[in-house]
Write a protein that binds this ligand. Sequence first.
Ligand code: NAD
Length: 458
Amino acid sequence: MAQSFEKKILCIGAGYVGGPTMAVIADKCPRYKVTVVDIDAGKIAAWNSDTLPVYEPGLLDVVQRARGKNLFFSTDVPAAIAEADIIFVSVNTPTKATGVGAGMAADLRYWENTARQIRQCADTPKIVVEKSTVPVKTAEAMAQILSMENGGNLFEVLSNPEFLAEGTAVADLENPDRVVIGSRQTPEGVAARDVLVEVYANWVPREKILTSNIWSSEMAKLAANAFLAQRVSSINTIANICESSGANVQEVSRAVGMDRRIGPKFLNAGVGFGGSCFKKDILSLAYLCREAGADAEADYWESVVRINEHQKERFVRRMLDAMFHSMADKRIALFGFAFKPDTGDIRDAPAITIAGRLLDEGAVLAISDPRALDGARSVFGDADGRVEYVEDPYEAAKKSHAIAVLTEWQAYRDLDYTAIYAAMEKPAFFFDGRNVADHAALFDMGFNVYPVGMPAMT
Ligand code: NAD
């Protein structure tokens, strides 16, 4: 006899958010059936294997505990919609174009397609949960699309943005700082909201589940990402002045971050933020500002992205200045390609821009990363033999003129740099774009050391 479940939950979009989020819901709520669908059959096959399409510490264990029992991955979107009580929408919402300036609206085409598909396949009431990060008032548009032909009474749309960070997704989902659920303030809206509150209350303390109106919930997500990115750009502007003034940005960050009003997180200077969210969400926020006629506010947020672009270019300039203004045919080892440690995600990684600029300057690259080499290969291929992908950082560094650390993987803190120095061309340069190394020790070994936010040691 088929097992009966208390609730049927569906997530459309089996990416970095949809997959881990649903795996944790299934693991925490064995009484619910949780299905995750995607139009990408390869991705679904990977979710059904032991080589998941997303690398996150602890994720495979969570998936293996629930898969086949109450967690299912499928490409049959219509059947999954038809049976679901709650439908999370976690499809990608990129910006329409890259760059800074007016007109960088979020591209909601995948989102809109999903809404239309839900409308076509559903004939029982559904709670539709906006999980993707979307501009304020998107839920209203979704409700409009859904309500056509159905008299508006079949669907209730909620906003429930995801705040997980890649690299710590499972821990963030199991123990979130907060869960935000936005709803209409009507009896139907409040009833649907309470159903979702009940789902999270299976493992999240009630006081951490915040309810609000829909637009506050949508805005809270954009604002949170904008604030985090702004801290990174702020410390990077300070770092750049430290380099010429003799101050040390790590000492400055520590002193600033110990102020309880400020706090220590997101105050590490480096080559800038990456990932699929910060830039797109800030540009989406800036677009909303412009739409509202708030140009000064839009300029303010766009400057966070501008500083981030500047930071990458500034790093390359510093390399060029140090290496006698020529990269031509010099082998450079890149330590790290992922946009942050503990993930294989390379979307908008600073390494893409920096590696591209170094290739333009004629360098030969040896790219090393514990998780992101396939991603790196998908960007550069073999670039006419000018890019090599090397798992082992010792191999990457061999015969290179310089090392540039672009991702703060723990492994790069623990290497035998004496052996690495011995195998490099001389003079050997070390550009620490994430300030992971013991700079004084490297200098004593013979390296010319260029940390971010501290004077060079040459
Ligand atoms: P992703 O690209 O990894 O996954 C999105 C998935 O949706 C893809 O696999 C795609 O094939 C699928 N898809 C698109 N249209 C579909 C359709 N019509 N039917 C079925 N599947 C469809 O994206 P992601 O990183 O998981 O992000 C999803 C959303 O969550 C975005 O809005 C993002 O801004 C937001 N978000 C991301 C993070 C993060 O760390 N990645 C964190 C919080 C919020």
